[in-house]
Design a protein around this ligand. Structure first.
Ligand code: ZN
Length: 511
């Protein structure tokens, strides 16, 4: 910045300027803000830095109530401030544009890297330095800032023969974000490895690491996994937002009736509850939400996980480490000696793990776990396939839950759409489709909606399972007690405009 920042002083709102003209261009506003600064505070308090006049930062706002926030902005930028009041509409529009132009930060940083052939063109200090003047650092920082702004959960760096593709996962769906020339691959990878405290000289072996970053008030942990491929190292980064990572049962967004079914299962003293669904369907999030609801000082909860995604207060968590001999089964055997009331097993992958789970649920423990099957009833069949006797599977399992996450339609831009015939036949009368607007980064979707198919095992169903009845019979028995499939639950969500027909077909369309 060309003006010399004054010592930050706490000024009083004695005098305010009247707006002389319209707001400056978003580009000008953006130039007053450091690259690393998030826009959330500006957006929530509707303020904008406009210009620096005689060593004073002029802040645009919609009312004088914004004074304390404007003053914080002044402190952050190193200037005393003054306020100018503008119509809400002008400030909001300007904030939108500002969001748009700052989201291309990574693209610009990438451009400034042109001409850098490989890591040798950057001195080692450059890559290791924290200076934002170094293009590769700006590029990586820009990626993190963009990812958070777009609410991405994952960043993928994928090297190919003649380019590097950067993709973001937003609301569960991978989207191409940036294509970079091959020459960017080496410095980009090195920078990420340095941040994740990996061995930057190692190129042939998979590595794991973590990066902790702070953007404004947001603390984010990033889990980094790297695997060598034919064209270089492929990197997957999972953003673990510390403030928003753990959801409560209420946050899962269940309808009242669904929630009551869930609670009727999880507060039982013993038995096994199995969660199913593909990767990314939110099984872990649900399990953590349940464990948080169950965690009390007098309750002993132990988990065996691979990996531990979040630290749960009041819960003993064990990380599986196959190389060190800590398998799911081995860890389980040792924790059962710790007399737990509730055991969470990250995943039942083999007979041994499943068998220990079954035994512990029959001997007075509540056991929660996940399995790789599509629907809820299939989880029981899977147990049997793994070698568990049908009568054992039936007597220990109190319920199974199949889960999917559908993208939620952005309420600001969705529009009415034709109801597909397959849904119309099922009684759906209205449907909406995505459009795209600044509120949803042009995707038409914002946030996600959990769909939960819950299969409660009652005595009648236990007998049917033990007798080897087919899935269709079990389903009919469950229907008499209110069981609904994922598809049926999803149809309600489509009819209510919460999600689109396409989304329902994507996540639950194998009917
Ligand atoms: Zn929208």
């Amino acid at each position: 910045m060309e003006n010399t920042p004054n010592e930050t002083t706490v000024s009083e709102p004695v005098e305010t300027l009247t707006p002389s003209s319209s707001l400056p261009e978003a580009k000008v506003i953006s130039s007053l803000l450091p690259e690393s600064m998030g826009l959330d505070v500006l957006r929530s308090s509707k303020i904008l830095p406009l210009r620096i006049e005689n060593g004073i930062l002029i802040v645009g706002a919609v009312s004088f109530d914004a004074w304390p926030k404007a003053q914080m902005l002044g402190v952050a930028l190193g200037y005393p401030i003054d306020l100018e009041i503008y119509p809400d509409k002008d400030i909001s529009e300007s904030l939108h544009t500002l969001y748009d132009i700052r989201s291309v930060a990574a693209d610009e940083a990438a451009k400034s890297m042109e001409g850098i052939d490989d890591i040798d063109d950057l001195s080692r200090e450059d890559v290791l330095s924290d200076s934002v003047e170094v293009p590769v650092i700006r590029l990586v920082n820009g990626l993190f800032v963009d990812a958070l702004k777009q609410r991405a959960t994952d960043i993928h760096v994928e090297p190919y023969e003649d380019e590097v593709l950067i993709r973001f996962r937003v609301d569960g769906v991978l989207q191409d974000r940036l294509r970079l020339p091959r020459t960017h691959q080496a410095p980009l990878t090195s920078r990420i490895k340095v941040m994740a405290k990996m061995d930057i000289a190692e190129h042939m072996a998979p590595q794991d690491g973590r990066i902790g970053i702070t953007l404004g008030e947001q603390a984010v942990d990033i889990r980094v996994g790297l695997v060598p491929t034919q064209h270089g190292e492929r990197i997957a980064m999972r953003m673990l937002d510390k403030g928003h990572g753990l959801l409560t049962l209420e946050d899962l967004g269940m309808e009242k009736a669904e929630r009551e079914v869930m609670e009727s299962l999880i507060y039982r003293p013993h038995g096994m509850i199995l969660f199913t669904g593909p990767t990314g369907s939110g099984k872990t999030t649900s399990l953590y939400a349940i464990l948080q609801a169950l965690a009390k000082p007098q309750v002993n909860i132990i988990t065996v996980e691979d990996p531990i995604e979040y630290a749960l207060p009041g819960v003993g968590q064990i990380q599986v480490n196959e190389k060190a001999g800590v398998t799911f089964a081995a860890a389980l055997r040792s924790i059962l000696r710790q007399d737990p009331d509730i055991v969470m097993i990250g995943e039942m992958r083999d007979f041994e793990t499943a068998h220990i789970g079954v035994q512990s649920s029959l001997t007075g423990h509540l056991v929660l776990s996940t399995l790789h099957t599509n629907d809820s009833i299939g989880a029981l069949m899977r147990l049997v396939d793994m070698g568990i006797e049908p009568y054992l599977a039936a007597s220990c399992t109190i319920g199974t839950v199949a889960q999917r996450l559908a993208r939620r339609l952005c309420p600001h831009c969705r529009r009415a759409a034709r109801v597909p015939s397959v849904m119309a036949k099922a009684g759906v009368k209205t449907a909406f489709e995505p459009v795209g607007c600044p509120q949803c980064n042009g995707t038409g979707y914002r946030g996600r909606l959990g769909l939960y198919e819950q299969f409660v095992v009652n005595e009648e169903i236990q007998e049917a399972i033990a007798a080897g009845s087919p899935t269709s019979k079990l389903r009919d028995l469950a229907r008499a007690h209110g069981f609904r499939t994922l598809w049926e639950i999803g149809l309600d969500a489509v009819g209510a405009g919460k999600t689109s027909p396409d989304e329902l077909i994507r996540v639950a369309g194998e009917e």
